[in-house]
Ligand binder design. Structure first.
Ligand SMILES: C[S@@+](CC[C@H](N)C(=O)[O-])C[C@H]1O[C@@H](n2cnc3c(N)ncnc32)[C@H](O)[C@@H]1O
Length: 395
C-alpha cells in the first residue's frame, strides 16, 4: 500500500501520479500504458505512470492523503482521513447556530475556497425587523413577497436562478396564477426590477420561463419577458433550451390531421441567461469547480433532462435539481451568493448548498418555505439534530 497527498492537477484532471519509487510495488510486471480499474471504475495507467479514471475527477480536495492498493490487477484508492470540508460562511447568521454541512464527497471542490465576506447584509440589525423563516449555516429562507421585501441589499447577489409563476392557472397556495396577460407582464417587470437592483455589476440571472403559452390565448412569453428584462437594463447573453421530453402529455392537436387550425406545441422551456453590467466575472473566490465533460456538455445550449415530480416534492410546480445545479456550476464561483426569489420547494437552495455556495430563497407561501426547509435538511445534508431546535424562527 502506498500513501500520498493529492496535488492540484491530479484532483482537477482526475489522475494519481504513481510515485516512481512505488512503481514496482503497484505496477508489477505491467508494461505501461495499460487499462485497469480504480474502485471498480474503468481506468488507465499511461506511459508516465499516471493512473487516470473518472472515479478520481474532483472527488477529493487538494492535499487529501490517499492510500493506493493493488488488488488483482486493479486498484483501490481510499482516503487516509475523509477530507470533508464544511462550508464556511462569513456573513453572521441571525441566530448563531453551530451547524455543519456534510457534503457528499463527489461534490467537494478541488481547491480550498477562500471565502471572502460578501456585502450581503443578513444581520438582524441591518435588515430591520425581517427575520428569515429559516437560517442554517449557508442557507436562508425568507417568507416574503419578492415585490415588497427589504431583505436583500442592492448589489449583493452573484447569481439568480429562478422559475417564476407562469400564469397558467397552477393552484398555488398563496399566488393567483391566472391573471390577465398584461397584469402578468407588469408583475414580471416589477419582480425583475428588484432582481436587477440586487445583482452585483457582474451578477448573472438564469430565468427559467416557458417558450410560449398555448392555453387561453397564445402568447410568446419567452420573447416578451426577455424584452422586459432588457428594458429594465439587463443585458442578454444567450438562451438555453431545456428539452423536458414530456411529449406523452400532449392532448391538444387543434384540427387533427387537417390544415384548418392545427396546434404546434414545443415540449421545451427556456433558461434565458442575462447579466447586469459585465459578463466577465471579477468578484468572488475565482474558484470554478466544473469538470471538463460537464463544461463541454452544458455549454451546448440544448439541455435534455426530465422535469421534477410534483408528488415527490409536494409543490405544484418544481423544477428538477439538475437545472439550478448546472446553472450554478457554469455561472458562479464556489462561495458565491445564489438567490431564488421564487424558491418554492427550495430546489435552487438545495443545489446551491450541495455545490458549496451560499443560498437565499424567498417565497410568499409559508407552507412552501416549510417544504424548502425540509428538503434542505434531508437532501442538502444539513445536520438534523441541531437544526430542529434552532431553525423555526417564525413557526
Ligand atoms: C414555479 S414556482 C417555483 C418552484 C421552485 N423552482 C421549485 O423547484 O420548487 C413559483 C413560486 O413562486 C412563489 N411566489 C408567487 N408569487 C410570489 C411573490 N410575489 N413573492 C414570492 N414568491 C412568490 C409561489 O408560491 C411558488 O412557490
Amino acid at each position: 500500500m502506498v500513501t500520498k497527498a493529492l496535488k492540484g492537477k491530479e484532483v482537477e484532471l482526475g489522475f494519481v501520479q504513481i510515485p516512481v519509487k512505488n512503481r514496482a510495488e503497484l505496477l508489477g510486471q505491467n508494461r505501461m500504458p495499460f487499462t485497469t480499474k480504480v474502485n471498480g471504475v474503468p481506468a488507465k495507467v499511461d506511459k508516465y505512470g499516471r493512473l487516470w479514471s473518472d472515479f478520481l475527477k474532483s472527488k477529493y480536495a487538494v492535499g487529501t492523503e490517499v492510500t493506493i492498493r493493488r488488488n488483482n490487477g486493479s486498484f483501490e484508492i481510499d482516503t487516509v482521513e475523509p477530507f470533508l470540508k464544511s462550508t464556511s460562511v462569513e456573513v453572521k447568521p441571525i441566530e448563531t447556530v453551530p451547524l455543519e454541512l456534510s457534503l457528499p464527497q463527489t461534490k467537494i471542490c478541488p481547491k480550498e475556497p477562500e471565502l471572502k465576506p460578501t456585502n450581503i447584509k443578513l444581520e438582524a440589525t441591518e435588515i430591520g425587523s425581517v427575520k428569515p423563516y429559516f437560517q442554517a449555516n449557508s442557507a436562508w429562507i425568507f417568507n416574503e413577497n419578492v415585490i415588497q421585501t427589504k431583505v436583500i441589499e442592492n448589489d449583493s447577489i452573484d447569481l439568480i436562478v429562478t422559475s417564476p409563476p407562469y400564469n397558467v392557472d397552477i393552484k398555488y397556495n398563496s399566488h393567483n396564477d391566472q391573471i390577465s396577460y398584461e397584469g402578468y407582464l407588469e408583475f414580471s417587470r416589477k419582480w425583475m426590477s428588484r432582481c436587477y437592483e440586487w445583482l452585483k455589476n457582474d451578477g448573472r440571472f438564469c430565468l427559467n420561463i416557458p417558450l410560449d403559452k398555448n392555453k387561453n390565448g397564445q402568447q410568446s412569453v419567452g420573447a416578451d419577458l426577455t424584452t422586459i428584462a432588457k428594458k429594465i437594463g439587463f443585458k442578454y447573453h444567450s438562451t438555453i433550451v431545456w428539452n423536458e421530453g414530456n411529449i406523452s402529455r400532449r392532448t391538444a392537436w387543434g384540427s387533427w390531421m387537417r390544415a384548418s387550425a392545427p396546434f404546434v406545441i414545443a415540449p421545451v422551456e427556456l433558461i434565458v441567461i442575462l447579466y447586469k453590467e459585465t459578463w466577465k466575472k471579477n468578484s468572488g473566490s475565482k474558484i470554478s469547480d466544473i469538470n471538463r465533460d460537464d463544461f463541454m456538455n452544458w455549454t451546448n445550449g440544448l439541455w435534455t433532462f426530465q422535469g421534477e415530480s410534483k408528488k415527490r416534492t409536494g409543490h405544484p410546480a418544481p423544477f428538477p435539481l439538475e437545472l439550478p445545479h448546472r446553472c450554478i456550476k457554469l455561472f458562479s464561483y464556489v462561495g458565491d451568493v445564489i438567490l431564488d426569489p421564487f424558491s418554492g420547494s427550495g430546489t435552487t437552495l438545495v443545489a446551491a448548498v450541495l455545490d458549496n455556495r451560499k443560498a437565499i430563497g424567498i417565497d410568499v407561501d409559508l407552507e412552501y418555505c416549510k417544504l424548502a426547509k425540509k428538503r434542505l435538511t434531508k437532501e442538502a445534508h444539513i445536520l438534523n439534530a441541531k437544526l430542529a431546535q434552532s431553525s423555526d424562527l417564525i413557526e
